[in-house]
Write a protein that binds this ligand. Structure first.
Ligand code: AMP
Ligand code: ZN
Length: 113
């Protein structure tokens, strides 16, 4: 996707602070963190949003959750953490390349607003 900011981050055309990378997934620091730990996990394949997950592309989503689990253990997030994927404008999605916010390091309110 030519105009997608996260595709550009994956290609290295826009700088980012990398936390983890493999052949399918890229994890980096959110540029405007809302918690002491605020990372974004994204598939290298462009999927716009959560309601575009289907039987053809869901394997990468399962893999993203494996990566998140591994990172949570490596980072020792034993006090708890949250994974959020906003889908659509009313939910607050501002970048239309699917992403999973990983939030930790402070008490997190629930329910979210
Ligand atoms: P959402 O609003 O759920 O679509 O989340 C998009 C997130 O992307 C926001 O938390 C932004 O702070 C973050 N973001 C936007 N541009 C960048 C960037 N260039 N590098 C890192 N994070 C970004
Ligand atoms: Zn993209």
């Amino acid at each position: 996707m030519e105009d997608c900011i996260f595709c550009k981050i994956i290609k290295g055309e826009i700088p980012s602070k990398k936390i983890y990378e493999d052949e399918l997934v890229y994890v980096f620091e959110d540029i405007a963190p809302t918690a002491p730990i605020h990372y974004l996990a994204i598939p290298k394949q462009h999927i716009s949003k959560l309601d575009e997950i289907n039987e053809d592309n869901s394997a990468v989503i399962a893999h993203i959750y494996e990566v998140i689990s591994k990172l949570a253990n490596e980072l020792n997030l034993k006090d708890g953490f949250r994974v959020v994927s906003n889908c659509g404008e009313q939910a607050g999605q501002s970048v239309f390349h699917i992403h999973f916010h990983i939030l930790a390091g402070r008490p997190l309110q629930w329910p979210a607003g």
